[in-house]
Design a protein around this ligand. Structure first.
Ligand code: MG
Length: 251
């Protein structure tokens, strides 16, 4: 069942979304070559707590971090680690969620560190644009498949791979609600979008090939090709005036 949020609930989701976004941008601003992903996670954790939220991911399904931090070929669900050092030339995907007053936010961004090669920078630019294109389809009367199709068509035009095993989702009092929002699909298919629905749209794109592999830690997901991957995500509300980004940073 897809829930429709009231005006008051949307306001609460916007508060959680704002903190999620601020934590993400704060985390991005703190990335430095030489630090561990554990140290970066700690900074994000403290930021969320200091600003009145709870890290949504901490303990979710047993996850041992406040943010998912995924380097290079790792596309999602990277567990922060004291043994993983960020280097110049890496791309770092941070995925943060903050819960405030029982409501969740969810967003992600891939940050380049120092000197990153042109091919990889293009991947980031295209994935970020794919998110924007997907969001533009999130209007009342459209269907989930319109978002999926728009993302797929744009990403495929560059010859990139799309991660199909993971997808966007509804957001509310819990992190993952109906509907699923895949990054590939057929226009005009799937649930109809209505004002009051809140969804996370999150293209996950690989420079080469769709195939992924799960790491032995049971969480991290990498491209099977070993090629770099990018992931951008926003939580948005569908309104009669169009999509409203709830994970909007104010710092
Ligand atoms: Mg998500």
């Amino acid at each position: 069942m897809i829930s429709i949020k009231s005006k008051t609930e949307l306001e609460k989701l916007a508060v959680a979304g704002r903190l999620s976004a601020n934590a993400l941008m704060y985390g991005g601003s703190m990335i430095k070559a030489g630090m561990t992903t554990y140290e970066l996670d700690k900074l994000i954790h403290d930021y969320i707590v200091k600003n009145g939220g709870t890290p949504t991911f901490l303990g979710y399904g047993g996850f041992k971090g406040s943010a998912c931090i995924s380097l290079n070929e790792k596309v999602i669900h990277g567990i922060p680690s004291k043994h993983e050092v960020i280097k110049d030339g890496d791309i770092v995907t941070i995925d943060t969620g903050a819960t405030v007053d029982g409501w969740c936010g969810d967003n992600a961004y891939t940050f380049p560190v120092g000197k990153v090669n042109e091919e990889t920078l293009k991947l980031l630019e295209v994935t970020k644009e794919a998110l924007r294109i997907g969001i533009a389809q999130a209007v009342p009367g459209n269907r989930v498949g319109d978002i999926s199709h728009a993302i797929e068509e744009y990403v495929r035009s560059f010859g990139y791979g799309i991660v199909k095993e993971y997808c966007g989702h509804g957001v509310g009092r819990t992190l993952h609600e109906s509907p699923e929002v895949p990054n590939y699909g057929t226009a005009g298919k799937g649930p109809r979008l209505m004002p009051g629905m809140v969804i996370a749209i999150e293209p996950m794109v690989s420079l080469k090939g769709d195939a992924i592999r799960q790491l032995p830690d049971g969480w991290g997901v990498v491209s099977k090709s070993g090629a770099p991957t990018a992931h951008y995500e926003n939580t948005i509300a569908i309104t009669k005036d169009g999509p409203e980004i709830l994970t909007k940073a104010t710092i």
